[in-house]
Design a protein around this ligand. Structure first.
Ligand code: NOJ
Length: 563
């Protein structure tokens, strides 16, 4: 549903999801209402007022469907049922209504590249029952010889042998997550049925999981050793019929609904192409900007090293080549990534660096996403042993390296694990300085971060200078000012090691954002730039420079100006 708004000089394709700020809830770790140590839907409902106070417009719920939880709900056993640990459909309806009553939207995670191996479809498929026989990628052969050399993104072969059917099945993720065979039109109809059913339940859109892997080439050609990544991933990512499948999926995504596709492996060109393609995807999560601090190998010791100019170059490319011509998802973290302050900020300057990053994120073009706890400046945890890790990806990959002898012990990969583990983002939400951080009255399924006495929502809400209140003010600012949503972007000091500074402009209205993204003071001296009549709209220090050009900005000082 596109409404067009005529402003002085430019036409803007207004959409509610462009003007929204999204908040991602990882239900298992958000809030436990019944004391079993696992977050649940009534627990989320209890916190709707908190989200409303923060000012976010949309809640993206990571999967809440019935699941055996080998990948915490990203392995779905029944698309039309709620995981018993989280509640039931009546609980879900209450959450939906509480959100809608406050003019907030609800989007669901759509995981349809794969199902759980406990899904009825897979059970019937392995028994070769009628139409289900061809619902997954099955290849006959010998039990000791997989069909090809494809590797899973979670470690080991991408093929597992099924004793019941006596054949191999494909899984891009772990062995409990068999890939659906999208070549089969019955599968596509069944998936569209799931989409339609959830739309009928009154949701406002989808975040589409692992969408770049839907299409696999006929004949499953062997991996090319010159290609980066797990063997064969060049075949099972952006496969030949991906666009066609997305177009078909788009036919059941209603006008006015929001859809964001997770596209691992996509760069700016792919992201733009798939958003511009048609009706399926309004925006894409692509991770090229998050590659800046990745080492090449698990045994390397430079995990987490990154440079601001390189990061800025990638973000600027995304602004110019994705967000402006199409649209983009603005994010620096989610349930699969380390905590943002630990990664791109400075834990010893937590409050300033978190608010600096927040300022940058909420003033760019695109739809901003906050991941739970980001608004509190929550930080990473520490992992001393593989047994402390729940994350199926990290466990799978490390076990595979240990088994194959690529590494001798956990010590060889400790740094990489401490950098990469998805559990950093999954430690329970820190609500208060109470037992289990106020997350649960029971024993949390994953230990809470020890720093909950200092970092928690109760404390943050009581302190006007907190990260929480800075996010709240930024969200307010963005919602009242279309320049931040729709304005053009230009970068000012591209090669600077300390400053990330940019302008936004819409119909002659101009904004300037100056972030000293470093722990040292720095003088802002952009070439060929002047700004008259500057007005400070928001700052993370008192007494921000009123005249930015030539001024010294303190460590992690971030100021938003109108000029
Ligand atoms: C991407 C999700 O974000 C991640 O958590 C999950 O493990 C994989 N897709 C598989 O569904």
């Amino acid at each position: 549903m596109t409404q067009q708004r005529q402003t002085q000089n430019s036409r803007i394709d207004r959409e509610w999801w462009k003007e929204a700020v999204v908040y991602q809830v990882y239900p298992r770790s958000f809030n436990d209402s019944d004391g079993d140590g696992i977050g649940d839907i009534p627990g989320i409902t209890e916190r709707v007022d908190y989200l409303d106070d923060l000012g976010v417009d949309v809640v993206w719920l990571s999967p809440v469907y019935d699941s055996p939880n080998h990948d915490n709900g990203y392995d779905i056993r029944d698309y039309r049922a709620i995981n018993e640990e989280f509640g039931d459909m009546a609980d879900w309806e209450r959450l939906r209504d509480e959100l809608h009553d406050r003019d907030m939207k609800l989007i669901m995670d759509l995981v349809v590249n794969h199902t759980s191996n406990e899904h009825e479809w897979f059970q019937r498929s392995r028994r070769e029952e009628g139409e289900y026989a061809d619902y997954y990628h099955w290849v006959e052969g010998e039990p000791d010889e997989p069909p090809n050399d494809w590797e899973s993104l979670f470690g080991g072969s991408a093929w597992s042998w099924d004793d019941e059917r006596e054949a191999w099945y494909l899984h891009v993720f772990n062995e409990n997550q068999p890939d659906l065979n999208w070549r089969n039109p019955d599968v596509r109809e069944a998936v569209k049925g799931v989409v339609t059913w959830w739309v009928e339940q009154g949701i406002d859109g989808f975040r589409m999981d692992a969408i770049s892997h839907l299409s696999k080439p006929e004949g499953y050609p062997a991996g090319d050793p010159d290609e980066p990544g797990p063997s064969g991933s060049e075949h099972y990512t952006f496969g030949p019929r991906l666009g066609e499948y997305l177009d078909e999926l788009g036919t059941v995504v209603p006008d006015g609904a929001m859809s964001a596709g997770e596209m691992g492996g996509a760069d700016a060109d792919d992201a733009r192409e798939f958003v511009q393609r048609g009706d399926c995807l309004d925006m894409v999560f692509h991770f090229d900007h998050l590659d800046v601090d990745q080492a090449d190998d698990w045994t390397d010791d430079n995990w987490g090293e990154w440079s601001l100019p390189e990061f800025e170059e990638l973000m600027t490319r995304n602004q110019r080549e994705v967000a402006e011509p199409a649209w983009d998802a603005l994010f620096l973290g989610n349930h699969d990534h380390p905590r943002i302050v630990s990664r791109f900020g400075d834990e010893s300057e937590r409050r300033r660096s978190a608010t600096c990053i927040a300022t940058f994120l909420l003033t760019m073009r695109g739809t901003p996403y906050l991941y739970q706890g980001q608004e509190l400046g929550m930080t990473n945890a520490e992992f001393d042993d593989l047994s402390e890790i729940d994350d199926a990806m990290t466990v799978g990959l490390v076990e595979d390296m240990l088994e194959s002898g690529t590494v001798d012990s956990f010590d060889d990969v400790r740094e990489a694990v401490n950098y990469r583990s998805r559990d950093h983002a999954r430690t329970p939400m820190q609500w208060a300085d109470d037992e289990a951080a106020g997350f649960s009255e029971g024993d949390p399924w994953l230990p809470v971060n020890d720093n909950y006495d200092e970092i928690n929502a109760a404390e943050a809400r009581a302190d006007d200078e907190s990260v929480f209140h800075h996010y709240r003010r930024l969200i307010d600012l963005r919602e009242d000012d279309p320049v931040f949503v729709y304005g053009d972007y230009d970068t000012l000091v591209a090669d600077d090691e300390q400053f990330y500074a940019f302008t936004r402009e819409l119909d002659g209205e101009r904004r300037l954002v100056v972030c000293n993204w470093s722990d040292e003071p720095a003088t802002f001296a952009p070439a060929d730039f002047t700004a008259d009549d500057t007005e400070v709209l928001l700052a993370n220090y008192d007494d921000a420079p009123t005249d930015p050009v030539g001024a010294t900005f303190r460590p992690f000082e971030a100021v938003v100006y109108a000029y």
